[in-house]
Design a binder for this molecule. Structure first.
Ligand code: ADP
Length: 241
């Protein structure tokens, strides 16, 4: 097993076990979308575009009592070290579903019967944890589109590398580590909307990883709010609230 934490307790990218990667969120980056966002979480770079609520095509997908949420997570062919074939892979189809299910509980879809809301996630660069960064960015883009929401959704993974519980795994830690546990929460309603665990954790490690991931989500939630405030209330007022 590759050593992913050195004798000083630092990870391969120099972070401590409980340290998040640098985070940047921007709102309203695309002119033609109803709502949009851009996120950098470490080396992940993802653009999200939201269209809707709009007429449903094909029509038979429409529901009489609510809007249909459709998500497409797509990785650009240049987003990984080896060229990724442009057609949707099994992994992308699965992650699209996971993202939809993580976002859906937060949206008041009943307000928009017989419509569709489309969320397009384009991963420009992937470095582990792209589903989490994608969920965080999508919630911001949905808010930017003015979709009624019960709460924001924010996601982060915790896991285990070199025998230690760590937060926000990068690509190498995800692949070479012992466990990866992405979660998403609605931070104000205190509800979980995504929980996955790849690998093995003891009950104690699980408790620790879960708490770390929740705390990380709360930190990322502050960045989501700040990004939205920056756009809608101007940068000067942020920090005075
Ligand atoms: P997540 O990005 O949500 O952690 P995975 O655990 O499936 O999703 O993927 C981990 C990482 O593996 C990705 O973030 C990306 O860096 C890398 N990866 C995914 N698909 C490919 C691919 N087709 N080729 C090379 N690297 C990939």
């Amino acid at each position: 097993m590759k050593e992913l934490i050195d004798e000083k307790g630092l990870r391969i990218d120099g972070r401590r076990v409980d340290e998040l990667r640098p985070l940047k969120i921007e709102v309203g980056v695309l002119k033609n979308a109803d709502g949009s966002s851009y996120i950098e979480m470490g080396k992940n770079k993802i653009v999200v575009a939201v269209y809707g609520p709009k007429e449903v095509h094909p029509k038979h997908q429409a529901l009489p009592d609510r809007s249909v949420l459709r998500c497409r997570y797509h990785m650009a062919p240049f987003s990984t070290d080896t060229r990724k074939p442009p057609q949707p892979s099994r992994r992308e189809i699965e992650i699209s579903k996971v993202i939809r299910e993580a976002l859906e509980p937060a949206l008041i879809l009943e307000e928009y019967p017989r419509t569709a809301i489309d969320v397009y996630l384009e991963v420009l660069q992937a470095d582990g944890g792209s589903r989490c960064a994608g969920i965080t960015a999508s919630a911001v883009a949905l808010a930017d589109a003015g979709i009624s929401m019960r709460d924001m959704v924010v996601a982060c993974a915790a896991g285990k590398t070199s025998g230690q519980v760590v937060i926000d795994l990068n690509d190498v830690e995800d692949k070479e580590g012992e466990a990866d546990m992405p979660i998403a929460i609605m931070p104000n309603l205190n509800q979980l909307t995504l929980f996955q665990l790849d690998g093995i954790l003891t009950p104690e490690e699980f408790e620790k990883a879960f708490e770390m991931a929740i705390n990380a989500c709360r930190t990322i939630y502050d960045a989501q709010r700040k990004a939205l405030m920056d756009k809608y209330f101007g940068k000067a007022e942020v920090g005075e609230e």
